[in-house]
Design a protein around this ligand. Sequence first.
Ligand code: CTP
Ligand code: ZN
Length: 156
Amino acid sequence: MGDVEKELRVSKIKTGTVIDHITSGKALAVLRILNITGQTGAIISILMNVPSKMHGKKDVIKVENRKLTKEEVNKIALAAPDATINIIKNFKVTEKKSVELPEFIEGIIKCSNPGCITNTSEPAIPRFRIVSKTPVNLRCVYCERITGEKELLAQF
Ligand code: CTP
Ligand code: ZN
């Protein structure tokens, strides 16, 4: 080995969660989505734009001593639809799962249309259908306006 793909840039972790195969450049968006600010003292490693066999380049986040809820895992897909979540116990990957965008996104994102019924004083809960995954585009089920990746990620 010894090639650039296999070079170890950050140590393996003993316990925690590795979010791997994040779309390159999206690690900071994923941290915002997870509300990880670094202010709690948790040990976080962030790799950005490292070589990846699958996607050319990728980002990786290692969060020690922390599990993610199912809801958090689903939200990651909004910024990084190809991410994989690896649960690490005693240095071993004990569980590996893909993130998944559900068919409908409900109550997480605001509609980009200020006149939408979901943005009025008697709001309906925002609900979107997935139009595309990479980059993510959502169509409001009420007003049909598309909320794109940029508008969506700016909400976190
Ligand atoms: N990892 C880690 N600490 C560990 C074990 C694994 O930080 N104790 C990281 C690896 O560096 C990798 C990810 O967790 O980024 C997944 O590990 P592994 O499944 O061993 O790697 P791959 O086989 O390359 O994963 P995939 O097939 O999902 O690409
Ligand atoms: Zn709308």
